[in-house]
Unconditional design. Structure first.
Length: 556
């Protein structure tokens, strides 16, 4: 009975792992955020106020018409504004005032430090990935196409004071848009103040908007969500790109932030004040995902202005930074139903790494600690399986004697358990209790940025990547490229085989054969798992072998 339960558990676990594989998509804390926002706009965010008089007349920048795709006038050249800080190098365009590059200086595309920097805003075929504007009633395009910048470049070193960049755009109708960006040298947060001033003679209605454009990649991790996410009315909404290709997504309510998540990074727009707003998500014909935050509607009379304040976060999905940022942006790191267990385990992993400075060793220490905590339960499970093995011959006799009468066979079996004081579920229940912890570890070891490009020893230089010794010039079936020798995975399979041989065998020969195939199946499944996951499983198997050996030696 308990062998069938164990088999069902193992097969269910295997099915879940295969499903996850096929179908699922340590920096210092930053200083506290400044309480002073950019600019000196009048009135609260979103309020309509009298516009200040223009201090100096300015020649309106040439404007584009309003076609379906923004086209620059032929006499206007695109200009770039560069912002350098110790953490990133950002580039804004004067076209739409859009962010077109945001390179993170501490993160590379590959483990090799010579590889290119991760860029959160590079998007071919567009002028940029993030922009603020004013959506006028009935107008399909942003209010201004070309902006003037207060500086051609900004540069900050460690300890520098914050610096501002002002982008100003104008329309023939008399609208003036001012976007003031405030940059800090020691954090990924950028403060934004958007002012819309009606210098025209007619009232204008519309909403201040923030656009995020991104192109989904096919190389997303099976453990992380890749796509648009937002926190609306206290709930995390994660919208997959394939869902937007089917239909647009419209949501309304108090929106705390809107962002685009990749495996290990996030770009987010966070309103300074949580108000009822709208979200529109859609997939463009080019394959680009357009996520749009639409603020409350306002109506500006002549010489009136409205102001909205935002904060941007473009950086790693690191809980230290996200929690320090506030506004519940840390909810972007979501471990699903295991979240309540996974977060403490992740903090424990980081705690150990503060001392050993090696996430591979930290995984081993955490695995040992969890094994110690569950030692009594596992010990009871192994002892129960050993007791069940002793009465296997008696169970076989009962099956043969009452094979035509299942009801009587079950009664005799229950009497046998009672006589020998054996619980048929005793070997399974302790393992079932540990399942949430196992899956929580799977989630954090497969998706945490802490393991991205984190080295262990020898050939393992990235615990977030599959284990490969040597890179072979040809492909291997079932193995994701690059092909190589999965040494750690083979050791894991061997340890699982040894553990299987030490486990009491089921009375049913068919079940015994199926159980013996599990190490081979798991080896094939784990061959493309991150090496951090494989290291955890290998360490857990080795500890289990030691525990089983101790129990067998005591009962001998």
């Amino acid at each position: 009975m308990e062998k069938r339960t164990l088999l069902a558990f193992a097969l269910s676990f295997l099915v879940l792992i295969i499903w996850m594989t096929l179908f699922s998509p340590a920096p210092p804390p930053p200083p506290p955020p400044s309480e002073v926002g950019p600019g000196t706009a009048e009135g609260p965010s979103g309020a309509v106020q009298p516009a200040p008089p223009e201090t100096a007349p300015a020649t309106p920048a040439p404007q584009a018409a309003a076609p379906a795709r923004m086209v620059l006038p032929s006499d206007v050249a695109e200009k770039e504004i560069t912002v350098e800080t110790p953490l990133y190098r950002a580039v804004w365009s004067n076209v739409k005032g859009a962010l077109k590059s945001f390179q993170l200086k501490d993160y590379h595309v590959e483990p090799d430090p010579a590889s290119p920097l991760v860029d959160l805003a590079a998007l071919e075929g567009t002028y940029g990935t993030m922009a603020f504007s004013f959506a006028r009633e009935g107008a399909p395009e942003p209010a201004a196409a070309v902006y003037e910048a207060s500086a051609t470049s900004l540069s900050m070193g460690t300890g520098s004071e914050p610096k501002d960049l002002v982008l100003t755009g104008r329309t023939p109708e008399g609208l003036v848009l001012e976007h003031t960006y405030r940059f800090y040298p020691d954090r990924y947060k950028i403060e934004v103040e958007t002012r819309v001033i009606n210098r025209g003679e007619a009232p204008v209605g519309g909403s201040i908007t923030a656009n995020l454009l991104n192109r989904p990649t096919e190389s997303g991790s099976a453990y992380n969500f890749n796509g648009t996410a937002l926190l609306v009315d206290g709930d995390l909404e994660q919208i997959k790109p394939k869902d937007l290709k089917k239909e647009d997504k419209n949501l309304t309510g108090p929106i705390k932030w809107v962002g685009y998540e990749t495996d290990y990074f996030i770009s987010a727009v966070v309103p300074a004040e949580v108000k009822d707003a709208a979200f529109l998500g859609k997939a463009l014909p080019t394959g680009v995902i357009d996520a749009r935050y639409i603020g409350p509607a306002v109506r500006l009379g002549p010489q009136e202005l409205t102001t909205s304040r935002f904060q941007l976060y473009l950086g790693p999905r690191d809980l230290t930074y996200l929690k320090a940022f506030g506004n519940e942006l840390d909810k972007a790191v979501n471990f699903g139903w295991t979240d309540v267990i996974a977060r403490p385990l992740l903090y424990a992993l980081r705690f150990f790494n503060d001392f050993v400075h090696n996430y591979g060793l930290s995984i081993i220490i955490l695995t040992v600690l969890i094994k110690i905590l569950f030692w009594p339960l596992t010990h009871k499970s192994y002892k129960s399986m050993k007791e069940m093995q002793k009465i296997q011959p008696l169970m076989a006799k009962i099956r043969d004697k009452y094979k035509g009468n299942r009801e009587q066979m079950n009664r005799e079996m229950m009497q046998l358990y009672k006589t020998y004081k054996v619980n048929p579920m005793g070997g399974c229940l302790p393992m079932v209790i540990q399942i949430p912890v196992f899956f929580a570890l799977f989630r954090i070891l497969g998706s945490s940025i802490e393991l991205r490009h984190a080295p262990f020893f020898l050939w393992i230089n990235d615990l977030s990547a599959p284990d490969r010794l040597f890179h072979l010039p040809f492909s291997i079936p079932f193995m994701e490229p690059p092909a190589g020798i999965p040494v750690l995975t083979l050791l894991m399979g061997a340890s699982m085989f040894i553990q299987q041989k030490m486990t009491p065998t089921p009375g049913d020969p068919t079940q015994a054969k199926v159980m013996m195939f599990l190490p081979i199946i798991f080896t094939f499944v784990f061959i493309n798992f991150p090496s951090g996951l494989v290291l955890y499983w290998l360490t857990n198997n080795i500890l289990s072998i030691g525990q089983q050996y101790r129990i067998l030696k005591q009962s001998a």
